[in-house]
Design a protein around this ligand. Sequence first.
Ligand code: PDD
Length: 283
Amino acid sequence: MSRISYVNGAYCTHNSSVIHIEDRGFQFADGVYEVFGVINKKILDYQGHLNRLFDSLNEIKIKSPIHKSAYVFHIKNLISKNQIKNGLIYLQITRGVASRDFKFPKNAKPSLVIIAKNLPDDEYQNTFQKGIKVKTTKDLRWKRVDIKTINLLAPVLAKQYAVDNKCQEAWLVDNEGFITEGSSSTAWILKNKTLYTTPLSNSILNGITRKTLIRGLKKNKLKLIEKKFNIKDIKACDEAFITSATQYIMPVIRVDSHRIGNGRVGKYAEIFRKVYMEAVKLS
Ligand code: PDD
């Protein structure tokens, strides 16, 4: 079975899909993206991700190339054509193709690419059981990371720095020493049965998994405080986690050289995962 992707109105064989060399995504990172998780062929929190995509488009003044109601059709088609059971959908929109010039082109049509990817069924569970290690590094991103743009060089360098240090995620540290978020995830710590995560601002992405977990926590009367935390707080915490569309809830067992709890996955990891899975909306 060959892999199929959606490119500007057509379903194409993945390996032969092409984008123009003067696409503004390629030259300026002038575009936005979304990642939708897929479990058992169902899209996780479809509406939340779609709304955030439209917020991002609006912020950088790109008009959606297709009607808002048409996205679900193409995403579901790709899940079916690629026989995705568990995996993800990557969707990217750029300002389109035009001769290189910083200002917006007058007549370019935004480019839309949608890619589906299968993930091995046991990958998440295996990682969840072991937990992940995190490396902290300076947050070098621009000042509007609430917009999900494809301008990802700083997170790419941060993630590679983490990997070079035998970690799976980087936590980004702002100029005041607070953790903003992960290179591609939301950061959380647990202390005295209370979960802490950074409050929303232009300095973090409004995670859809974050939102769903918070909804679930409220329903289950579990304590959450949206407050910045720093390395000192991490050293004193009982458990730590990341969340994202593809990692759901993932326990963190080490941050830099500090063991979290006793260095093994704590009991709240399973509790929060259950809370999330019950709160997430499937389409
Ligand atoms: N990243 N913060 C950042 C910087 C992210 O890139 C992501 C997601 C999140 C979590 O957002 P959500 O819960 O909506 O996935 C937070 C995706 C998965 C990616 O870039 O691959």
